[in-house]
Design a protein around this ligand. Structure first.
Ligand SMILES: C[S@@+](CC[C@H](N)C(=O)[O-])C[C@H]1O[C@@H](n2cnc3c(N)ncnc32)[C@H](O)[C@@H]1O
Ligand code: SF4
Length: 354
């Protein structure tokens, strides 16, 4: 993105009004401009035909509307499409379009890389390069909607990166994508997945958003979690569960726990029973995810029978549980794999070693 120009797509409605005032333009133009950018999804100021030529010229000189552009697309036999998006500085991220009967979901990235270092994850190979701007998150949705013609109704913040490590831009993204002057996607249809940054999680609850929170738990005790996720050295499972209780109490909404099943690691009967005890009394749902093994990263996927037995044990003990339906298994399924392939899979030492 051109550094000296204003990143106009990252400005919310109020900020856009202020910008126009500063440019000597009428405030009411903000609605027109916001709609061109966030509803009609145009790629240039030239296309904004109800704005004067003079105003378009001024905007073009001082602002940029650039964002993410699709450079590669993989389509699975089940219709799931994975996109490699190029950002204006040449970095790349991944986004995925999944088609369901109830509508289209898009999974977006929130950072270029990730510094959390989870041992099984492809997104953290190479560490964190940078966080995404609000415009770059919006543009993943806009670009998919624009190029496929499919209307997006659900958003999942579960692509490359840790959303709560890019807190301000992510919260702004959620508010802007649900703005009635833009795509107006209901916050109830947005899910944010986090490895569990407890302080940020509590702060997020206080934002009074109506999104769904998913916690990447993956282990029922601290010892095992520390083996799988370095962040577990900073926050204990009990601190996470306390933050989840706060979330449920404050919002009345159910929380989701993601549990990636790794053969011989976290798929035992004992783990299932510990998990039951951990979440007892909490309004929650557990999503069992068969691991997508990543070359050079930790673990193999649990056997189908072990996943079923784990699920049965949870059910018998009155715990809400499902096995996540796998979408796009025949393409580079684990998040971050496509990007790694593209960049040659270089490892980096800047990741979290807590
Ligand atoms: C890529 S992360 C992004 C969101 C956030 N950073 C988090 O960890 O929740 C999304 C989800 O994918 C899971 N995941 C990462 N690598 C995986 C793999 N190889 N197989 C299955 N799930 C994986 C994560 O644990 C997390 O639940
Ligand atoms: S699972 Fe999430 S937090 Fe962990 S390394 Fe991957 S993207 Fe980062």
């Amino acid at each position: 993105m051109t550094e000296d120009k204003i990143d106009i797509k990252s400005l919310n409605f109020t900020e856009l009004q202020k910008l126009l005032e500063e440019m000597g333009e009428k405030k009411f133009r903000a609605k027109q401009l916001y709609e061109w950018i966030h509803k009609r999804l145009v790629l240039s100021f030239d296309e904004m035909t109800n704005l004067s030529k003079d105003m378009r010229k001024k905007l073009d000189e001082s602002c940029t509307i650039e964002g993410a552009r699709i450079i590669k697309k993989q389509v699975s036999s089940d219709g799931t499409a994975k996109f490699l998006m190029r950002l204006s500085d040449g970095n790349t991220v991944e986004s995925v379009l999944m088609k369901y009967k109830h509508g289209n979901s898009v999974c977006i990235s929130t950072q270029v890389g990730c510094r959390m270092g989870c041992r099984f994850c492809a997104s953290t190979v190479g560490g964190l390069i940078r966080s995404l701007k609000t415009s770059e998150m919006l543009d993943q949705i806009y670009e998919i909607q624009r190029t496929t013609g499919e209307r997006v109704s659900n958003i999942i913040l579960m692509g490359i990166g840790e959303p709560l490590d890019n807190y301000d831009n992510v919260v702004k993204f959620i508010r802007m994508i649900s703005d009635e002057n833009g795509l107006n996607i209901s916050q109830r249809n947005i899910t944010l997945s986090t490895c569990g940054l407890v302080d940020r999680l509590k702060k997020l609850v206080d934002e009074k958003l109506t999104i769904t929170i998913a916690i990447s738990l993956h282990a029922p005790n601290d010892e095992l979690r520390r083996e799988m996720m370095p962040i577990a050295n900073r926050y204990s499972i009990h601190e996470i569960i306390d933050a989840c209780r706060y979330y449920v109490d404050m919002t009345g909404r159910r929380i989701t726990f993601e549990y990636s099943m790794v053969e011989g690691k976290n798929d035992s009967r004992e783990c299932a029973m510990q998990l039951v005890e951990l979440v007892r009394g909490l309004n929650c749902h557990i999503n069992l995810i068969p691991l997508n093994p990543v070359e050079g990263r930790m673990g193999q996927r649990s056997k189908g029978a072990d996943i079923q037995n784990f699920k049965l044990l949870l059910e018998k003990n009155h715990t809400n549980v499902t096995i996540r339906r796998e979408m796009g298994r025949d393409i580079d399924a684990a998040c971050g794999q496509l990007r790694n392939k593209e960049r040659g899979g270089n490892d980096d030492e800047s990741i979290c070693k807590d």
